[in-house]
Ligand binder design. Structure first.
Ligand code: TXA
Ligand code: MG
Length: 543
């Protein structure tokens, strides 16, 4: 069979009709969606649906998602629409959310693998909806990959997997979400998350309140037990290279992988780690931007295969927000083989760099660490010390900012600040003079702490990263509040709508500079939350 790739935009009625004709004739067609490409057939046509299973080599007991173009189509498929669905539809449909509901008799068993429920999704991709609408029937469609391999996020990926097995691929560009939809079951008393995806658990909770998380989300499913979502029990998203997931800081990951010095090893890393890794690698998104990770994960897994290595160590993100879905996919790609570098072996000297915007809870965290026995190096104090004791520095500052900033051998800090902070150049000059000296001083303090037998030193400095002191740190932590929490909090606190809150947040400065470099982001948004928030860091430090 010849596989035609055809670029279609939502207004290409003629081309859409040509593709729809294939569906009406009982064929399969690969279509783009915002999550991943799907391999579609009429959900009412048992023979056509069988062709999907054949082309993909998909196990028959793994049910398919039925795609609709309009919410009214839901009633052609399900036997009951709960109130919770209406709430969800208002917020997340169309979009990367699939809901599982009791099916009606029109849906053949082959679609649902004999289950009494059916999974339904309305994609937000305009071409997908235009195509479903042109077909005039709901479309059953799993991801358009060979079963077990990474889901396709471009028409080329589909072609690489299914060339010669299907008549047509609709090319709608690269998928914007990049991982499959969130699957939520509404068949029980409490909604249950079966597969994490583009719509996050936090978002679902904000609409539904309680949401259970199925055990299979982050742990393997025993092949013999009956899975709630049968797809969970298969090894998935796997390239040919053996993937091993690694949990830990960027630094510990780099040390671990570089130490392997093995020809057969490669790595799947975050952008920020590029300069630190000496084995061949593929980068997939930024460390603290799970959406960017999701967007390139599957493409990157395919690129890992192209490196032709035996083993690939993959950096794992934090398992919250979209990160939960990324962790879920990576653990499955790895067949759950996981190396945890966060278990700290004792007896060493560890330097923690702590930074964050003013008022973000830095001092509060410092106090807790101090009470638990960590030695604190206060960056502000170091800065005051150098301008007091370093005569050479005072001379250089006077030359740069005017002799009058020194009165009787003492620096007028206010006057210096008013001159230095006037413009960017002033700040740069000040930093160029002070930062290397502060770093040297921090180094001295670290050495003497180490000699004195201290186990953990914390450097608390606002300009930790800019000054280069962070280079001396084994672990970097930043205090801040994540966007969704800020959003929720702003809405509650100020009694405003989500869009108003988003507008305000959009006007704020990016936290990304710090958080993208940090190993731990400590969300200091509620004192009640602090113990839990600090838990991973304290564990890592052995405190
Ligand atoms: O984003 C997506 O969801 C993509 C695009 C094409 O829409 N589709 C997709 O389909 O990922 P697939 O077949 O690769 O994954 C469907 C998942 C499987 O884990 C399957 O077990 C689950 O949905 N599922 C389908 N019907 C179900 C049902 N009745 N009850 C529980 N889980 C179901
Ligand atoms: Mg799939």
């Amino acid at each position: 069979m010849i596989t035609e790739i055809i670029k279609i935009n939502p207004k290409d009625t003629e081309k859409l009709n040509r593709a729809a004709k294939l569906i009406k004739n009982g064929e399969t067609v690969a279509m783009p969606t915002e999550t991943v490409y799907g391999l579609a057939a009429s959900a009412f046509d048992e023979n056509a649906v069988n062709k999907i299973f054949e082309a993909k080599g998909r196990p028959q007991d793994n049910p398919l998602i039925v795609h609709i173009s309009d919410i009214s189509q839901l009633y052609e498929i399900v036997s009951f629409v709960p109130d919770s669905l209406k709430k969800l539809a208002n917020r997340f449909m169309p979009g990367p959310l699939t809901v599982v509901l009791p099916k009606n008799e029109k849906i053949p068993d082959v679609v649902t693998a004999g289950l009494p429920s059916v999974a339904v999704r309305m994609p937000s991709h305009e071409t997908a909806r235009a195509f479903i609408s042109a077909c005039g029937v709901p479309l059953a469609a799993p991801s358009a990959n060979i079963s077990g391999s990474p889901s396709p996020t471009s028409a080329k990926h589909v072609y690489d997997d299914l060339n010669g097995k299907i008549p047509m691929i609709i090319d709608g560009g690269e998928c914007s979400v990049g991982i499959e939809s969130t699957v939520l079951s509404l068949t029980g008393e409490t909604p249950e998350l079966l597969r994490p995806g583009g719509i996050t658990l936090e978002q679902l909770q904000s609409v539904l309140g309680e949401v259970n998380v199925n055990a299979a989300v982050l742990s393997p499913v025993d092949k013999n037990t009956k899975a709630c979502s049968p797809g969970m029990k298969y090894r998935h998203y796997s390239p040919k290279t053996k993937i091993i997931a690694v949990k830990g800081s960027s630094r510990s990951f780099a040390d671990y992988v570089n130490f392997k010095k093995d020809e057969s090893v490669c790595a799947l890393i975050f952008e920020e780690n590029r300069e630190n890794i000496i084995v061949p690698y593929v980068a997939y998104g930024k460390r603290n931007d799970c959406n960017s990770q999701a967007r390139s994960l599957f493409k990157s897994l395919r690129e890992v295969d192209a490196l032709g290595k035996e083993v690939c160590y993959a950096e794992l993100p934090r398992a919250d927000e979209t990160g939960l879905a990324v962790v879920n996919r990576l653990l499955r790609a790895a067949g759950f083989s996981l190396v945890n570098l966060e278990k700290k072996d004792g007896g060493e000297f560890t330097v923690l760099g702590l930074t964050g915007k003013t008022g973000s809870g830095k001092s509060y965290v410092c106090e807790i660490l101090k009470n638990k026995g960590a030695a604190i190096i206060d960056g502000d104090k170091l800065a005051r010390e150098i301008v007091k004791n370093d005569k050479e520095l005072l001379k250089e500052l006077a030359a740069a900012f005017g002799n009058d900033i020194i009165k009787d051998g003492v620096l007028d800090r206010k006057l210096l600040a008013s001159r230095a902070f006037r413009d960017k150049e002033g700040v740069e000059t000040l930093n160029a003079l002070t930062h290397p000296r502060i770093t040297r001083l921090a180094d001295c303090e670290l050495s003497s702490l180490k000699k004195s037998g201290a186990r953990i030193a914390v450097i608390d400095a606002a300009a930790l990263i800019e000054s280069g002191i962070s280079e001396k740190c084994d672990i970097l932590a930043v205090t801040y509040a994540p966007e969704s929490v800020r959003l929720e909090r702003i809405i509650k606190r100020d009694g405003i709508t989500e869009s108003e809150a988003l507008l305000r947040m959009g006007a704020q400065k990016e936290d990304g500079f710090y958080s993208s470099k940090a190993d731990y982001v400590i969300r200091c948004y509620s004192p009640y939350n602090m113990n839990k928030e600090l838990e991973p860091l304290l564990k890592k430090l052995g405190l």
